[in-house]
Design a protein around this ligand. Structure first.
Ligand SMILES: [Zn+2]
Length: 177
């Protein structure tokens, strides 16, 4: 690290996110998330036990979970964000150029990655196949619960929250969701 220039990974620790989310993002940025593929490459899991829970025959890599998998694709599409493979190890660069308060951009997208990860785990451990609407709803619930945590960026948080509500409107009562 150069003196005075924070490393990219420092941007994870500089967020106001809970420690468990920061640690998750730090592992992701270092390519050390405990995906099935990561465990397979370390000879901890057999190949046939290392597929994505949604995609038989496709290795559960971090890039697959957050970019390649259709479960992630529909979430990004709902937000209108183009997500690329190379952003998985630079998650602090996701959404650069989005016209929302940049001060909370890294926080927002790391939280979204966290919920994609948790949704994948819910399928593995609880056989719970969350629709994209529910993944984004869980992001919204966290943001709503964290008004104290984000007190110094209250207005910026509300802008992100409003945008999320626009991208992920509640299901119409007259139509099946
Ligand atoms: Zn998949």
């Amino acid at each position: 690290m150069h003196a005075g220039v924070p490393s990219d990974a420092m941007r994870v620790w500089a967020t106001l996110l809970p420690m468990k989310v920061k640690f998750f993002a730090w592992l992701l940025g270092r390519g050390r998330l405990n995906t099935r593929a990561y465990l397979h490459h370390r000879n901890i899991r057999a190949l046939e036990d290392s597929w994505c829970v949604h995609c038989p025959g496709v290795l559960e890599t971090d890039v697959h979970i957050f970019v390649g998998c259709h479960k992630a694709h529909v979430v990004w599409a709902r937000l209108g964000i183009s997500m690329h493979c190379d952003l998985v190890q630079r998650p602090w660069d996701i959404g650069v150029g989005v016209t929302l308060p940049d001060v909370l951009r890294v926080d927002f997208f790391l939280l979204l990655l966290w919920h994609l990860w948790k949704a994948k785990n819910a399928m593995i451990f609880d056989q719970l196949n969350l629709p994209p609407r529910e993944v984004l709803n869980r992001v919204a619930l966290d943001l709503d619960a964290w008004t104290r945590r984000y007190k110094k960026h209250r207005l910026e948080l509300q802008v992100w929250r409003d945008w999320l509500a626009t991208c992920n409107p509640p299901p119409s009562s007259t139509l099946p969701s």
